[in-house]
Design a protein around this ligand. Structure first.
Ligand code: HEM
Length: 132
């Protein structure tokens, strides 16, 4: 499996562990305040990251492109900014809302880069294939 797929899956499972922990915390406490953080950790963090990892595993030519690593970095940085800010915002820290917005925009940029990778031609140089 290409390195980028490993990276996406390893990151995804960390999001899943945190997402499920927040789900359990909500279920046990009966306080569902952090519902958006839970849903976005699981869907943007676990599900989407795993789909990206699966895509690159099925398309090694695309995985070898430098842009794939840029996609991983931007998308993951976006989530690292957005998701903790969303969690603590839902716990009553309303001042974190701009940070949630900034993180969301970075995450969106990551998805746009994925779209560029997806629609780009598959031809890559030998050096790029060797890097996978
Ligand atoms: C240990 C596993 C999980 C537990 C204990 C759990 C627990 C919860 C709880 C307590 C809520 C709040 C329900 C409400 O207030 O209406 C919730 C909502 C939600 N969960 Fe989970 N969850 C788990 C796994 C997942 C997974 C794996 C996903 C997605 C991949 C997910 C996606 C969602 C979504 C989208 C909502 C919002 C639903 C809505 O607004 O109606 N959850 N979860």
């Amino acid at each position: 499996m290409p390195q980028i797929s490993h990276l996406f899956f390893k990151t995804a499972v960390i999001w899943l562990i945190i997402g499920l922990a927040i789900g359990l915390q909500m279920g046990i406490s009966g306080n569902h305040n952090t519902i958006a953080a839970h849903a976005h950790l699981n869907l943007l963090g676990w599900v989407s990251s795993a789909i990206f990892g699966g895509y690159y595993a099925l398309n090694p030519a695309k995985a070898s492109k430098r842009l794939a690593m840029v996609h991983y970095a931007i998308y993951t940085i976006g989530l690292l900014v957005m998701l903790p800010a969303l969690y603590f915002m839902e716990l009553g820290n309303a001042q974190l809302e701009p940070l949630v917005g900034i993180g969301a925009m970075i995450t969106f940029a990551g998805v746009l880069i994925f779209a560029v990778v997806l629609f780009s031609r598959e031809i890559v140089s030998i050096q790029e294939v060797r890097r996978v």
